[in-house]
Design a binder for this molecule. Structure first.
Ligand code: DX5
Ligand code: ZN
Length: 231
């Protein structure tokens, strides 16, 4: 059941901490460390070892996280044939599900299916995928995710040209008067968060910058937030 208190960030900037950078042996601690930090969601990266060269969490992990927190769980599915697993992830406790355009030939149907499961629907594009590929489904997207790295691993450097894509997407969303959130994911840190926001992102996924902070994840969130303009 999706969180009833989950608000979209269309008029504010949100940090979405990515659990990929947490200590997998202590995920519950990672989650609890972020409660009360001001974040309004957790970003959960699901990888299948095929679409991306890495494995991470599955449905049982999502179910376990769900038991630990009321924070909304935003799933980023980096898996082939995501449409086969939507119901399972939704019933495990997902509040939002983002699928990749590159592995979703029936993206319109897939996004509609996510919404029918009472989850917020997201579509993601890799650095080499044009923004144009999302135009025809934007009205079905609660969130559009521009990957700012090649997906698969945390701790990479943000690819600068991807921010031009963020600006292009922002301009299309505004032109059409949509409330779709624009999310950036990969290499986001205090030194570039303001540039991401200036390009038009409203949700900033951050893994290493949050969980790698010397004073803990809540301090990592604060360090990024401190660089952002008030909205
Ligand atoms: C990578 C994931 C990202 C990743 C970001 O494929 O989608 O969510 O965790 O991690 P950092 O912030 O370390 O780049
Ligand atoms: Zn992600």
């Amino acid at each position: 059941m999706p969180r009833p208190n989950w608000r979209a960030c269309s008029d504010a900037l949100c940090i979405a901490p990515s659990l990929l950078a947490a200590d997998f042996a202590h995920l519950a601690d990672a989650v609890h460390a972020l409660e009360g930090s001001g974040v309004n969601r957790l970003h959960v990266d699901v990888m299948d070892g095929s679409f991306v060269p890495n494995f991470t969490f599955g449905t049982d992990t999502v179910r376990a996280l769900r038991r630990e927190t009321d924070l909304p769980l935003e799933l980023h599915l980096m898996i082939r044939e995501p449409e086969r697993h939507l119901e399972t992830f939704a019933s495990a406790g997902a509040d939002g599900i983002t699928v990749h355009q590159e592995v979703s030939p029936h993206l319109h149907r897939t996004l509609s299916s996510i919404r029918a499961l009472d989850c917020r629907a997201g579509a993601a594009i890799n650095p080499s995928t044009p923004v144009r590929t999302l135009h025809d489904v934007l009205d079905l997207c609660d969130l559009a995710l521009v990957m700012t790295i090649n997906p698969g691993f945390g701790g990479q450097k943000l690819i600068p040209h991807t921010l031009e894509k963020v600006a292009e997407l922002r301009s299309e969303i505004d032109r059409r008067g949509l409330s779709t959130e624009v999310e950036v994911d990969g290499g986001v840190e205090a030194s570039n968060a303001a540039a991401c926001a200036a390009a038009g992102a409203t949700v900033l996924v951050a893994g290493t910058a949050v969980f790698g902070h010397a004073e803990g994840p809540a301090a990592g969130v604060r360090a990024i937030t401190a660089t952002l303009p008030p909205r």
